[in-house]
Ligand binder design. Structure first.
Ligand SMILES: C[S@@+](CC[C@H](N)C(=O)[O-])C[C@H]1O[C@@H](n2cnc3c(N)ncnc32)[C@H](O)[C@@H]1O
Length: 195
């Protein structure tokens, strides 16, 4: 009996500790409102020639919406709980393609969406990345800017930031969607990215 309890405690900690750590170094889970995601993606004409990266994928809504528009979507998520939610939305829940077909919406082939259970700060982002998305706490935005400036992203078109902008950068545009926080659009040149 005590062995089972030990396993439950061990398993619980294995799930909760990385989730708490992600909340501390990036943000706790909170979703970007779909209206803001859709408006931003339409505004930048996100499509099949794009590769979008979500820094902290949460429940995967940004990635799913991007993939439904034909883009390749790559997410990093440190919380095993949130990572599993994205994974199940992709692999276990009834295929979006069948429900999408009924509703007339485009399908989301699994091969277009990848989510890694990793700390994004420790990653080299795909060199093909064209769009970066993030919704993280304001106190970490300077570190995120420094992280981005070290990446080699010659094809990057835009950096999209929801709710909490970079403290010392003027956005190219600010997107407003009803009942949503603002979404800030930055150009790659703002980050002096390695090209
Ligand atoms: C505020 S939520 C945003 C989720 C999603 N991007 C959205 O906009 O709906 C932030 C997510 O980032 C994850 N996160 C925070 N820091 C991270 C890190 N360093 N590496 C990977 N994921 C991280 C958290 O676990 C959380 O799920």
């Amino acid at each position: 009996m005590s062995a089972i309890i030990n396993w439950i405690i061990f398993f619980g900690l294995a799930l909760l500790l990385p989730t708490a750590y992600a909340a501390k170094i990036g943000a706790p889970y909170a979703p970007t409102f779909m209206a803001a995601i859709k408006r931003a993606f339409s505004h930048i004409s996100l499509g099949p020639s794009d590769v979008i990266v979500d820094l902290g994928a949460g429940d995967g809504r940004v990635l799913l919406e991007a993939a439904s528009r034909g883009a390749k979507a790559v997410g990093y998520e440190l919380s095993p709980i949130m990572w599993f939610i994205v994974w199940s939305r992709l692999h276990l829940l009834p295929s979006r393609s069948s429900s999408a077909a009924k509703s007339g919406q485009p399908s989301v082939p699994q091969k277009r969406l990848t989510v890694y259970m990793r700390n994004f700060y420790r990653q080299k982002l795909p060199v093909e990345t064209t769009v970066i998305f993030a919704f993280l706490m304001p106190e970490h935005m300077a570190k995120v800017k420094s992280f981005l400036s070290k990446q080699h992203l010659p094809n990057l078109r835009y950096v999209l930031i929801y709710a909490f902008p970079f403290p010392d950068l003027k956005p190219l545009e600010v997107i407003h969607a009803p009942k949503c926080s603002r979404l800030y659009v930055y150009r790659p040149s703002d980050f002096r990215l390695n090209t």
